[in-house]
Design a protein around this ligand. Sequence first.
Ligand SMILES: [Zn+2]
Length: 180
Amino acid sequence: MKKVLPSIWEVRPSVRLEGEVGLFASCNLTAGTLLIRGDEFDETWVTWNKLNIGTDQPRIKGLIEKWCYFDDDGVWLPRDFKTLPVYYHINHSCEPNIGHTQADDWVALRDISSNEELFMDFRLTCLAPWYRMECFCGTPTCAGTIRGDAWMERSFAMEKLNSFPPYARAKVVAYHGLDT
Ligand SMILES: [Zn+2]
């Protein structure tokens, strides 16, 4: 008989972003809980050159900026924008409760209650220097703007070094000439 596992999260209207949806815990999650393993992700890295998005395709660029991790070299593309996995609905917070491990797993960074909205820090995942998005996270340490070049500041890079996902961490280490 096939074993059906309960979902740990679900999509609902965001508590922070009016008119948007977000990802919510559907059970209590203790700090360190593994939410999704790195090898369960289904994205492919494609360079901007290979993707060759012309100015005639603003719709594709819009989809990528809304949904994907990207930097100035390329983008992690989903298999199909029509059938995005549930975890794509996670929103940003400057004080996230979900983070990446160096195995690229997603884990709970602290105890999270059932029905709490889940947040990731996009400054750790979108390393495109030109990227800017106004932040409405409302946390005490809110940066005001989500900047795709935050990682270029040495103090930010050092403070968050082990919080970047592996592909981003490698880029940060190379940029700052860190010996790790
Ligand atoms: Zn913020």
